[in-house]
Design a protein around this ligand. Structure first.
Ligand code: NDP
Length: 240
């Protein structure tokens, strides 16, 4: 095995799945983590260890990482991607959806970072790609807690970047606009969903997750002394 190990959270669909395919095509062994094990196994990517992991479970992440590193050596890149989008009118939204968003998009991001901060620092190399959103840069209607969670990802990325930069570790944050995935499948507010879908038609549809994956692979493949700190990608016709 010549190429280093890549770890991806939320690898069972959408952008995580597309990124798994892209890194696999580039010859990397993979640690794939998500709750739907069947979806990751169905990808049938060579040299991939698929682990049923909920990012709310810090211990499960650590175990999966240790198992993969036993076989493939240290993780050189974490794609910290798992996330949900429970968009809704904040005045009507069930606070349980706030809890879920905070637990997965905020605490889950920290849980996934945890095994790598010191190990990459000690090895004096590594790349962390944190998944934010265009909603981590500006606010949108009905995105209240989601925006909060992605603004959090931006703040943490900047802070961890400053912390790890002296140790030659790169921290990248990627902020996509409308990408065609399953992320809106669990939105329960019909008005929010209607408005989102109308806007999507208005802008000519979302773009493919494979474009986001290609960008992540490109940034990773830059030499270790080159850091693309932030990437923002939207459909061309997405005005806001
Ligand atoms: P998908 O719904 O297709 O993918 C989300 C992934 O996250 C799935 O693999 C899912 O796996 C995983 N996931 C969700 N909750 C958990 C959990 N508790 N533990 C482990 N894995 C979890 O949507 P996307 O690909 O679009 O989403 C990926 C990321 O991209 C998210 O962070 C999202 O916020 C972000 N994003 C998406 C945009 C878009 O337009 N699509 C735009 C901007 C950002 P499983 O359910 O099997 O656990």
């Amino acid at each position: 095995m010549t190429k280093p190990l890549i770890a991806i959270t939320g690898a069972s669909s959408g952008i995580g799945e597309a990124t798994a395919r892209a890194f696999s095509s580039a010859g990397h062994p993979l640690l794939l983590m998500a709750r739907r094990l069947d979806r990751m196994e169905a990808l049938q990517l060579p040299n991939s260890l698929c682990q049923q992991v909920d990012v709310r479970d810090r211990e499960a992440i650590a175990k999966a990482v240790a198992l993969a590193e036993d076989t493939y050596g240290p993780v050189d890149c974490l794609f910290n991607n798992a996330g949900i989008a429970r968009l809704a009118d904040i005045g009507k939204q069930d606070p349980l959806e706030w809890d879920e968003t905070v637990d997965i998009n905020i605490k889950g991001v920290m849980n996934a970072l945890h095994p790598f901060i010191n190990s990459m620092k000690e090895r004096k190399t590594g790349t962390i790609v944190n998944m934010s959103s265009i909603a981590g840069r500006k606010i949108y209607p009905d995105h209240t807690v989601y925006c909060g969670s992605k603004f959090f990802v931006h703040a943490v990325s900047e802070s961890i970047r400053a912390y790890l930069a002296p140790h030659n570790v790169r921290v990248i944050v990627i902020s996509p606009g409308v990408i065609e995935t399953e992320v809106l499948d669990h939105v329960t507010d019909p008005n929010t969903l209607k408005a989102y879908k109308e806007n999507k038609v208005h802008i000519g549809g979302g773009i493919s997750a494979s474009h986001v994956a290609d960008m992540i692979l490109f940034a990773y493949q830059m030499p270790q002394n080159v850091l693309i700190q932030e990437m923002v990608v939207t459909p061309t016709r997405q005005e806001f």
